[in-house]
Design a protein around this ligand. Structure first.
Ligand code: CAP
Ligand code: MG
Length: 413
């Protein structure tokens, strides 16, 4: 009996890209021919299985089977075209269950990485995408073209809601645009989510920090079970605040889509906690570019993509490629503000601007709250650093910037 996997090879065929989703993988095989295993990956991620089945007729096959349209064993690359009818429009969980589902578990596959996915217009348009996009975030804050500055309150956990809110005010008062909860700060015994929203928005309203066109942003981390995320998002909206945060991978795309599809009209900041479990290994997993594309479909307005110069891994080419995609036109879907975060301090800003550009959010946790003279001084130092950088002044020569100079003493670049 011929192995059905071979039937999925269509190397001479040209497919209509407007009617297919095209996935590119890197694959390593053991104990079976590369091409047959490529067919197996196409089969198991579309309509097939390890043997022929009686119920499958020619009509089903012709309409739905995926096709291996390119492969190169020498570099392990594999490209598969999936007919659109395989997918439920507007559902990232179903897409991943298909293309990034069982295939990673096939015995003969000893390496498989989803490097990129090309989506046709009709599929992209089945998602709302970001509600604000870069333009909307800039309109909200009144920051026309320079990078936005953000902070993560540190320590990550332990402060009370009032202490957290006080730290936010210190940071905003010095000119920083955004503050976000840390990825693991949700609703704690010592810092309840709802109390935190109250404490923060109460202070923001007193200083008129929620006025559109000059607003400060607080990204409240609503990550939790779905029904709890809805309750928290409602509360943030009803409190008159302007931004939700979700840990996109731990909350799951179903959760992110669910919240976005409720059209709160609030900015959504996407954190990528746990991404490295998928993206770091070059043997198994998926690329950060794939995750960034899915996050844009799901509808985040800002998303972490890497710093190149900070504490987290991420090569310059990869980070720049992802950022360019997030800012690019994509069948009319709004753009996403790339966020550089992780081990950053004021001394990094010149490199950040020259490598990543100005359509960016630069986030500082330890780089503000670890300043030798405290949080306010740390916030002033990043503002001074950005000002000097945009004026083309070397940081060491920046005038009237004592806080910056103190920071440069503590943290050498
Ligand atoms: C940064 C951070 C962010 C990471 C996420 C942290 O704090 O709050 O979560 O940047 O990494 O918890 O480490 P610091 P990535 O500024 O104090 O380093 O952006 O790569 O997803
Ligand atoms: Mg964090």
């Amino acid at each position: 009996m011929a192995n059905p996997y071979n039937n999925y090879l269509a190397l001479q065929e040209t497919v209509d890209k407007t009617k297919h989703i095209i996935a590119t993988f890197t694959m390593k095989v053991e104990g079976e021919p590369f091409d047959k295993t490529a067919g197996g990956v196409a089969a198991e991620s579309s309509v097939g299985t390890w043997t022929d089945v009686g119920l499958e007729d020619k009509a089903i096959w012709d309409r739905l089977h995926a096709k291996v349209i390119a492969l190169d064993e020498s570099c392990g690359s594999l490209t598969i075209a999936y007919p659109l009818d395989l997918f439920e429009m507007g559902s990232i969980p179903q897409l991943l269950s298909s293309i990034a589902g069982n295939v990673f578990g096939l015995k003969e596959v000893i390496g498989l990485r989803l490097e990129d996915i090309e989506f046709p217009e009709v599929y992209v348009k089945s998602f709302p995408g970001p509600a604000l996009g870069i333009t909307g975030v800039r309109n909200l804050t009144g920051v026309a073209d320079s990078p936005l500055l953000g902070s993560i309150i540190k320590p990550k956990l332990g402060l009370s809601s009032a202490q957290h809110a006080e730290a936010c005010m210190k940071v905003w008062n010095e000119g920083v645009n955004l503050v976000k909860d840390d990825e693991n700060l949700t609703s704690m015994t010592f810092n309840n989510f709802y109390t935190r929203v109250d404490e923060v928005t109460k202070r923001m309203k007193k200083k008129n920090y929620l006025q559109i066109g000059m607003a400060k942003i607080h990204a409240f981390n609503i990550t939790a079970s779905y029904e709890e995320m809805m309750k928290r998002a409602n509360y943030v909206r009803d409190a008159g605040a302007n931004c939700l945060m979700m840990d996109v991978l731990t909350a799951g795309f179903s959760g992110v889509q669910g919240i976005r599809n409720r059209n709160y009209g609030l900015m959504i900041h996407g954190h990528r906690a746990m991404h490295a479990a998928f993206t770091r290994s070059h043997q198994f997993g998926m690329s950060m570019l794939v995750i960034a594309k899915l996050a844009r479909l799901a509808g985040v307005d800002s998303f972490h993509t890497g710093t190149v110069v900070g504490k987290m891994e991420g090569e310059k080419n990869e980070v720049v490629t992802i950022n360019n995609f997030l800012r690019s036109d994509w069948y009319g879907l709004k753009t996403v503000l790339p966020t550089a975060s992780g081990g950053l301090h004021p001394g990094h800003i010149p490199d950040l601007v020259s490598i990543l550009g100005k359509d960016m959010l630069f986030n500082f946790g330890g780089g503000i709250h670890g300043h030798p003279d405290g949080t306010s001084a740390g916030a002033r130092a990043v503002v001074q650093s950005l000002k000097a950088t945009l004026a083309g002044i070397p940081l060491a020569q920046a005038k009237n910037s004592p806080e910056l100079q103190r920071a440069l003493e503590k943290w050498k670049v």
